[in-house]
Design a protein around this ligand. Structure first.
Ligand code: S3P
Length: 458
């Protein structure tokens, strides 16, 4: 599918973007091994979360999707997960297919490592190229028996007895941290993890709410750096997890595209409601504010152990900044849309410490440079990030999404503020985390619809 984007004359309205992908995947995995029935309201429905749900069903867990009112929106849905307890999962005869979900595969590897049965974790050709040594190595130190193919999927897990570990993370990765925390539920000793840079802490918050013996210290909000997470081995305490009863906040990483559109597009008044504002996720908010952006937060409150609020971006000029260190990991998924914002900022924006961007769904450093240059941006790659000189007027072009949902959505926003028509090839990949992205965008631009400001074709 290609998306054809024309310059937007205005964006108006309130939007609740779909639920958080990281939280939904974690709720499915953890709800499955809880003792009792979990209710997960407003879960994200997308390729990644469907993969996680199908896998837990294949492992013998009853997961039902319930619809409270007649609408297709995720917000009206909930998941009813009948947890089988820590030791109630059953072997699946078929490989556990994670599709393109790195989160599902890496977290699941931690969960499967301590089971009494063997399992094979596989994924799409895209996922098969992503690095898995980052999890097989520390899980192996815990005693896990996981065979990989050149450090990539498929991963074959054999039954193993797990011990604790005291682990200093060599990469800033919530997926690695979470894999170890899930393996800890089946370990004989404690698992202690030291993070150099802060990463999202949804797993820790959820495990805490479910009754696991977990302690976090020096987190991002206070220290601005990494921290230490310690969890009691599940086997030492005969652990049982309480079921979840949560409402999933709207995904900050999905709201980010509209947040930036709301700052850059002319005649715009947007309200992004119920967005997850966990400080380990909102680095983009800090970066944009440092660039001079006026973004108001209203109705701040807590939902299921996570902070949420409404975001109201006010259009205005931006100035260039430098991003590195802890801030980079706090906005790790937002660099595609941040790069678009940087093209409109006065001065030279520099992104450092972001080499992880080379091993996301695509090589986002090279992809951003190649595609935004086609639209007139002055952007250069560096070994661990990129440099953008601005402000530069963008012009329409034919650009490639590289089967990367965040590239497709970021280039769409670039197309909204460019002159002429922008064609995004391979735009269907938005279904990875945000299947209704183009419908939601059209809903904020209704008066333009007859002229086809946005057109999606096969
Ligand atoms: C995620 C963690 C991040 C992020 C990914 C989702 C998670 O990956 O990029 O989109 O849900 O834990 P890393 O932990 O590998 O940086």
């Amino acid at each position: 599918m290609k998306a054809i984007i024309s310059p937007v004359s205005h964006l108006r309205g309130a939007l609740r973007v779909p639920g958080d992908r990281s939280i939904t995947v974690r709720a499915v995995l953890l709800g499955a091994i809880a003792d009792g029935v979990s209710t997960v309201r407003a879960p994200l429905g997308c390729d990644d979360t469907n993969a996680a749900i199908d896998i837990m069903r294949a492992l013998g867990v009853d997961i039902r999707v319930e619809q409270s009112i007649r609408t297709e929106r995720d917000g009206a849905r909930s998941l009813r997960i009948t947890g089988v307890g820590l030791h109630g999962l059953r072997a699946s005869s078929a490989p556990l297919f994670c599709n393109s979900s790195g989160t599902t595969m890496r977290l699941l590897a931690g969960l499967m490592a301590g089971q009494s049965f063997a399992s094979t974790l596989d994924g799409s050709s895209q996922l098969r190229k992503r690095p898995m040594r980052r999890i097989t190595e520390p899980l192996g130190q815990m005693g896990a028996l996981i065979a990989s193919t050149n450090d990539c999927a498929p991963l074959v897990c054999a039954p193993a007895r797990l011990q604790g570990i005291d682990y200093v993370m060599p990469v800033a990765s919530a997926q690695v941290k979470s894999a170890l925390l899930l393996a800890a539920l089946y370990a004989d000793g404690d698992v202690i993890i030291h993070e150099g840079s802060p990463t999202r802490d949804h797993t820790e918050r959820m495990l805490l709410a479910m009754g696991a013996r977990i302690a976090m210290s020096a987190n991002v909000a206070t220290a601005g750096g990494g921290g230490r997470v310690a969890i009691r081995g599940g086997n030492t305490t005969a652990l049982s997890l309480r079921p979840l009863d949560i409402t999933v906040p709207a995904d900050f990483s999905s709201a980010a595209f509209f947040l930036v559109a709301g700052l850059l597009a002319p005649d715009t008044q947007l309200e992004l409601t119920g967005v997850g504002l966990n400080p380990t996720r909102t680095g983009l908010l800090d970066a944009l504010r440092r660039m001079g952006a006026d973004i108001r937060v209203e109705n701040a409150n807590q939902q299921g152990g996570e902070p949420v609020g409404d975001l109201l971006p006010v259009p205005g000029p931006l100035r260039a900044i430098e991003v590195g260190g802890a801030l980079t990991s706090l906005m790790i998924d937002e660099f595609p849309i941040f790069a678009v914002a940087a093209t409109q900022a006065e001065g030279v924006t520099i992104v450092r410490d972001a080499q992880e961007l080379r091993v996301k769904e695509s090589n986002r450093i090279d992809g951003l440079v190649d595609e935004l240059r086609k639209m007139g941006a002055q952007i250069e790659a560096t070994a661990d990030g990129f440099v953008v000189a601005g402000p530069t007027p963008l012009h329409g072009a034919i650009v490639e999404a590289y089967d990367d949902h965040r590239m497709a959505m970021a280039l769409t926003v670039a197309g909204l503020i460019a002159t002429g028509e922008t064609t995004i090839l391979g735009a269907e990949c938005v279904s990875k985390t945000y299947p209704q992205f183009y419908d939601d965008l059209a809903s904020l631009n209704s008066s333009q619809a007859p002229h086809g400001s946005l057109c999606v074709s096969d």
